[in-house]
Design a protein around this ligand. Structure first.
Ligand code: CAA
Length: 257
C-alpha cells in the first residue's frame, strides 16, 4: 500500500520504517500513527522479518505529537477518542524493535523511541519531554517509561523543566543502549538488527516478552516467569540446533521452530 507519512522497506530479514514528515520534523499526527501500525502489522505478519527498525531523519527522529493537530482539541473529544491509545498497540508489538535516533526526539518522539526495545543514538541526538512548556505533560507513556529507564530524579528534572538531554548523557543515564557517529547510525543499527534477525525468531520474541515482564511484576514473579519460559524453550527445534551447533563447532542454522 502507499504510505504518505512513512517509508517502509524490507532489507533481508529486517523491516525498516522511516518517519517521513520532514516539513514538520516528523511530528506524530494521527495519520502517521495509523500508518506506523499498518506497517508494523505487515512486518509482524511476515515470518521472514526478524527485527524492525524505526528511524527518522538526520535532523529529527520526531519532534513530538503534532501540536497543530492537538491544539484545539477539547476534553470530551480527546477523552471519547481515547487520544494516543493507538500508541499502546505500537508499544505492544512482539517482534524486536530498535529505534535509530538522530536529531530531536522530543515529547512523543522520545516516547515513541522508548516504546522500542532499545535505542541506538547518533551523537547529534537530543532527547526531551518539553510538554510542560505547552501546558501539558507527556501523554504517550513518558512519565512512566522515562522514570523506569533513567530513574526518578532525572525524569522529574526533564519533565518539570523541559530541558533536552544530549546523546552522551542519554547513554550515561540508561536511556540509550549505544551512541554512534551520525554518519554510522544506519549501518550500525542495521548490523545490530541483522544480528537479532539471525537468531531464532520465537526465542528472540520470548526473550523480549520475558525482559518486559521485569517492568510489570515483582522480582520473584519475574524469575518464576523466566524459568517457565526458559523450560519451554527446550520444546523448540532451535534450542536443539543451537546447542548441537555449539558442540559441533559450527554456526547454528535456526529454522524459527
Ligand atoms: N508539532 C507540529 N509541528 C511541529 C512540531 C510538533 N511537535 N515540531 C516542529 N514542528 C514544525 C514547526 O511548526 C515548523 O513548521 P513551519 O515551518 O510550518 O512553521 C517545522 O516543524 C520546523 O520546526 P522549527 O521551525 O521550529 O525548527 P527549529 O529547528 O527552529 O526547532 C525544535 C526545532 C526545537 C524541535 C522545535 O520545532 C520545537 O520545539 N518543536 C516542538 C517540540 C515539542 O514541544 N514537542 C512536544 C510536543 S507535545 C507531545 O509530544 C505530547 C505527548 O507527550 C504525546
Amino acid at each position: 500500500m502507499a504510505y504518505e507519512t512513512i517509508i517502509i522497506e524490507t532489507r533481508g530479514k529486517v523491516g525498516l520504517i522511516t518517519l517521513n514528515r520532514p516539513q514538520a520534523l516528523n511530528a506524530l499526527n494521527s495519520a502517521l500513527l495509523n500508518e506506523v501500525n499498518q506497517a508494523l502489522d505487515t512486518f509482524e505478519a511476515d515470518p521472514k522479518i526478524g527485527c524492525i527498525v524505526i528511524t527518522g531523519s538526520e535532523k529529527a527522529f520526531a519532534a513530538g505529537a503534532d501540536i497543530k493537530e492537538m491544539a484545539s482539541l477539547a476534553y470530551p473529544q480527546i477523552y471519547l477518542d481515547n487520544q494516543f491509545s493507538g500508541w499502546e498497540k505500537v508499544a505492544g508489538r512482539r517482534k524486536p524493535m530498535i529505534a535509530a535516533v538522530a536529531g530531536f526526539a522530543l515529547g512523543g518522539g522520545c516516547e515513541f523511541a522508548m516504546m522500542c526495545d532499545f535505542i541506538i543514538a547518533a551523537d547529534n541526538a537530543k532527547f526531551g519531554q518539553p510538554e510542560i512548556k505547552l501546558g501539558v505533560m507527556p501523554g504517550m507513556g513518558g512519565t512512566q517509561r522515562l522514570t523506569r529507564l533513567i530513574g526518578k530524579a532525572k525524569a522529574m528534572e526533564m519533565c518539570l523543566t523541559g530541558r533536552m538531554m544530549g546523546a552522551e548523557e542519554a547513554e550515561r543515564s540508561g536511556l540509550v543502549a549505544r551512541v554512534v557517529p551520525l554518519a554510522d547510525l544506519m549501518a550500525e543499527t542495521m548490523k545490530t538488527a541483522e544480528t537479532i534477525a539471525s537468531m531464532s525468531l520465537p526465542i528472540a520474541m520470548m526473550t523480549k516478552e520475558t525482559i518486559n515482564r521485569a517492568d510489570e511484576v515483582s522480582l520473584s514473579e519475574g524469575i518464576r516467569f523466566e524459568r517457565r519460559v526458559f523450560h519451554a524453550m527446550f520444546a523448540t527445534a532451535d534450542q536443539k540446533e543451537g546447542m548441537a551447533a555449539f558442540v559441533d563447532k559450527r554456526a547454528a542454522e535456526f529454522k524459527d521452530q
